[in-house]
Design a protein around this ligand. Structure first.
Ligand code: GLC
Length: 615
């Protein structure tokens, strides 16, 4: 009998029931009599949000490195980079006595309006699954667990605790589950977190088909399923469905309810034992990793800067970038002084330090003179004076840098965006500055695409810096001055108009139901199949160099027991500076009897090339 089984054999019914419900907001129930320790979990996907008091749900947490968020990370398409970030996250978790990090989030970006798109990777399941697996493997390589979330179909914030996501079987299997399947089968997360919402009428916390038939039986998931915080409605039904741990605790009445259900025959004790076995397996595994110590704040900050620079996407560039020794730089935008580097909600980090974008620019600008204007207020009000001040410094400068951050009241966990618009003041500001200064660069801080049509025409360049993490200010300076050649590519389409988006007719739902009427056709799958123009397509991103593709070869071969196809291509850096290119492979099915998206991403590789080099 394994030591887990022997432990279960010694446990009382009360101890088993107690183990399946949290003892506090962030810990499981220890069983000192049997030497079973507590398990401590903590948000979040891009930084450790460790609250000092495990009974508190306060937003205040201990200092930690705030790395770029998932929508940034996915734009790097860099598996090794995410693995490296995962290792750093684990180091910080260990220093903070955290056993399991509650992330990554792998939900699809069904609509750019979803308030948590900054916490999710992509509109494509293959890219999202690959990125999630890389982060999980990086974290777990250090003996710290993860919680792949939110399983499943949590693609909006509107009524997230109750909305019923009506998703057809193909859309579920081909779009909304594959990123979870890839991450579970490839990286084996210690835990999976169920979603709040209903899926086809059943709450995620009671969804037997998802939690047991698919996740545990089909995919072979061996860890435990934890509820999202407060997602359990009926504890006994949840246990039967395969929901092993309810969080948060303490919930003594729930524990008593489980005990009662076993005693009166309403719940088979074997079902409880299976949940206990899964939880104990992870509790014991976590206990093998010694906790405590510290982490190198400066080294992690430098890593956050490297990662942030790798995630930035150069959307537009008429050649003005990289900046070539400008003498007078007009720096415009509140976000140049107050970095906008993360989103609101459960992922909110208390950063160890934060780069001031203006100061980081100054450090690299040599003897250039920098002027500053706030450009827009903190709130949604209009202030023409701020625009006048910006125009004044812009018109006499060699170049104007506009730091435009989407305000947090527009984008956060807990609510969706009403539109994709920047604030009216920000649009007016960009229009006014570009009217007097053709050398205007817009730097964006946002978690999901924004509307660009009203202002992009007059710009010389647009750099998407995303929710860039605490070192993003330095990373922006690195990219603007060419210390880093941007290599990011979009993981979410930049649509021309909200009305063009796939979910537009079915978002965010009504009368408690949201129909995924677009089926398989989310993101580029929709725009390409409908032949709809977009502002910037999925997979788009410019570089300071150029790349040539030659000699593409396709060979079909048997990989062990799987028929596969290898696509090879020679990529040459045909420009003057070193750079990185992301080769993407899409499939198109010409003969399918069922409708298929025009193309689907099935492979990618990122290569670094010196000028003239070929790989
Ligand atoms: C929140 C989020 C989830 C988070 C959990 C704990 O509601 O949905 O992502 O990990 O609760 O804060």
């Amino acid at each position: 009998m394994s030591d887990i089984q022997s432990l279960i054999a010694q446990m009382t019914l009360e101890e088993k029931a107690a183990l399946c419900t949290g003892a506090s907001a962030w810990t499981t129930t220890p069983i000192p009599r049997l030497g079973v320790p507590q398990l401590l979990v903590s948000d979040g996907p891009h930084g450790i949000r460790r609250v000092a008091d495990v009974h508190s749900m306060t937003i205040k947490s201990l200092p930690a490195t705030c790395f770029p968020t998932a929508s940034s990370l996915a734009s790097s398409w860099d598996v090794a980079l995410l693995h490296e970030m995962g290792q750093a996250l684990a180091e910080e978790a260990i220093a903070r006595d955290v056993d399991v990090i509650l992330g990554p989030g792998a939900n699809m970006k069904r609509s750019p309006l979803c308030g948590r798109n900054f916490e999710y990777f992509a509109e494509d399941p293959y890219l999202a699954g690959t990125m999630a697996a890389a982060l999980i493997e990086g974290i777990q390589s250090q003996g710290v667990g993860t919680s792949l979330k939110h399983f499943a179909a949590n693609n909006q914030e509107y009524e997230r605790f109750s909305i019923d996501a009506q998703v057809d079987e193909r859309a579920l299997r081909e779009i909304y589950l594959p990123a979870f399947e890839m991450a579970v089968t490839k990286a084996k997360p210690w835990t999976v977190m169920c979603s709040y919402n209903r899926i086809n009428g059943t709450f995620g916390s009671e969804h037997r088909q998802l939690l047991t038939d698919i996740l545990k039986n089909e995919w072979g998931f061996e860890g435990f399923v934890v509820s999202d915080w407060g997602a359990v409605h009926n504890r006994v039904a949840a246990l039967r469905a395969g929901l092993d741990l309810e969080m948060p605790g303490p919930k003594p009445t729930r524990v008593d309810g489980v005990i009662e259900a076993v005693r009166n025959g309403d719940l088979d004790e074997a079902v409880l034992d299976e949940a206990v076995r899964r939880i104990l397996t992870i509790v014991c595994r976590a206990a093998e990793t010694p906790k405590g110590g510290d982490f190198d704040i400066a080294a992690h900050h430098a890593l956050a800067r490297k990662i942030s620079a790798e995630t930035m996407v150069l959307l537009k560039n008429n050649g003005i970038l990289p900046l070539r020794d400008p003498q007078h730089i007009a720096v415009i935008g509140r976000a140049a002084m107050e970095a906008h580097f993360q989103g609101g909600g459960s992922s909110h980090i208390n950063p160890t330090q934060v780069d001031v974008p203006f100061n980081e620019l100054q450090k690299l600008a040599g003897n250039a003179e920098l002027s500053f204007a706030a450009g827009y207020p903190k709130d949604d009000s209009r202030d023409p004076v701020l625009i006048e001040q910006a125009v004044t410094i812009a018109q006499t400068a060699d170049v104007a840098l506009l730091y435009i951050a989407l305000p947090s009241y527009k984008e956060s966990e807990g609510y969706d965006r009403p539109d994709m618009d920047l604030t009216a003041q920000q649009v007016a500001l960009i229009q006014a500055v570009t009217a007097v200064q053709p050398n205007t660069v817009v730097i964006l801080n946002n978690g999901a695409p924004v509307a660009t049509r009203a202002w992009i025409g007059g710009t010389a360049a647009v750099l998407e810096a995303w929710m860039m993490g605490q070192a993003g200010g330095g990373a922006i300076a690195d990219v603007l001055f060419g210390r880093v050649n941007p290599s990011g590519k979009l993981a979410e389409t930049y649509p021309l108009r909200l009305a063009d988006t796939p979910a537009h007719l079915n978002f965010p739902g009504e009368n408690g139901v949201v129909r995924y009427g677009e089926g398989l056709f989310i993101g580029y799958r929709y725009y390409d199949t409908k032949e709809l123009p977009v502002q910037f397509p999925f997979g788009h991103g410019l570089s300071y160099t150029t790349f040539a593709y030659d000699n593409m070869r396709v060979s079909d071969e048997e990989f062990k027991d799987v028929y596969g196809i290898t696509v090879s291509v020679d990529v040459t850096n045909s420009g003057a500076v070193a750079g990185q290119e992301i080769v993407q492979v899409y499939v198109h099915d010409r003969e399918s009897r069922l409708i298929r998206p025009y193309k689907e991403l099935k492979g990618f590789a990122k290569v670094s090339l010196q000028p003239g080099e070929t790989k």
